[in-house]
Design a protein around this ligand. Sequence first.
Ligand code: ZN
Length: 590
Amino acid sequence: MSYQVLARKYRPQRFEEVVKQEHITKPLANALTSGRLAHAILLSGPRGTGKTSIARILAKCVNCESGPTAAPCNTCRSCREITSGHAADVFEIDGASNNKVENVRELRENANYMPAQSPYKIYIIDEVHMLSDSAFNALLKILEEPPAHVKFFFATTEPNKIPITILSRCQRHDCRRVDVNSIIKHMALLCEKENIDISTDALTIIAREADGSIRDALSLLDLIITSTVESIGTDQIVDILGGLDRQSLFDMSQAVFEQNAGKIIEIIDRLYDRGQNMIKLFSELLEHFRNLLVVKLGGSTGALSDVSEFELNAMQEQVKNIPRIYIHQILDILFKEENNIRQSSQPKLAMEIAFIRVIQIRPALSIETLIEKIDILQKGFTEKLPAEGVSYPNHPAPPSDNVSKPAPAPENQIPPNITPDITPNARDYQPPIPEKKAPVHEVRENRPSKIYEDAPQNDRNAQIKDEPIEKSWEKILTRLAGDNPALAACFRDSQLKKISDSQLEIIFKTNQFNINYANRDKNPSLIQNACSLYFGNDMQVSLSGRLPKNKSGMAQKKEAKALENETLNHPLVEEAMKIFNGKIVEIKII
Ligand SMILES: [Zn+2]
């Protein structure tokens, strides 16, 4: 009993059975239904994606006894002959071995005779781009004035090698590379029919090796089936195909996230011993980390065409608690190291060094964390000085265990020998959503402000009542500067207006930068608390800006310049530059 390979046994016999080429099969089916099928059709695309299968189905469609039809019966004499490859009026020609002008001349002569048994004479020329120039010229003549009973179906992997004169006389359809998930589904279906026990993980390895080709996938599956006796696991597949098991990639990324150098070296060693090409492995790892980043950014299988759903879930789980900026940093280093590995005489060693470099980085800080750190540092600095303009007695020092210690979250740790990356590249990073809540805010909000409690309430009320509102505002801001200097700086050119005993309005006279910052996150509630504490009752505070609108181009430029100057001189920016020894590369007005 002869074994029929899967690719032949399950060759599609109707349009619906062609995997993932609906964008071609549907228009062709419509053309057949409406009787408008072109006399010359060119099917292009990567190998093993269904070009020749579609050409054969087309031949059946036009020559079926119940045709022309979009759904050939597959039972009539014509259909059966085409399936078996013995149809008298369907000529399958290999363009590579019949590429001479004489071959095409013969074809032309033959084409002039009427079909023997069917409505059409059909010429399927595979790899048509292999024809010689003179052969193409000979073909052009018949394409210009084709006999009514002739149809040409061409297939090619390299349409760019076909002369434009030929292309312009064909209706062109491009087959697409088949995605991993579709290949897996197709193979799983066939394995079920064949009663073959194989895991999704194993199918994933085969599908990826097939690189978008259904035919290659089925050939590999054949190889696996004929090489193994029991149920098929990933180990056998890796041994047979010599490919990379996907689990190793996940093990590797896990080791990187855990910053486990020993494990990384062990995995690289294991794959090296197995004969894995180190350069190819590095490319796979690069792609794997890229996919992890896409998953972290919320990407689905659409953005990850080579990732199965099974893997997507595993990826989501793996990056769940990893800050995306950290994955970005890893990718950054891997990209920089790629050339070293490619050019190294010892790629294994170069790869080990690259990954050791990777695990030495620490997650970059988000903008929010930077602001927090600046506030903490500046606060530590200002509290050492006597508070100017504040006449309240007994200003207590804040509990030292609350504020002066850096937060324990990994994002907030900077090793002394590493400068945080706030170069222009880092500016492009999306700041991560803080995974852990920094305790700084909580500390500030919960800390009792004894300064107000200590003063006798009645005296203070009387004092405040007589005080000009500008003075009150100045005092509130001075106090706020101790707690939150960046926020206080935003109100530098603002005005406080008392609307009622419990309502205040802050009017900005500066720029949008300050207004935006004041409205950000918890800042509105912080300023509201500061006012409430000062006035001794709950105050409702609204923020408003009086920025001139609809200015002329000149005025806008002037304002942009002023805004730039203001940003450059903003205490927050100055402080950031001082602390991180940074420089301003660009100011974007948003
Ligand atoms: Zn038929």
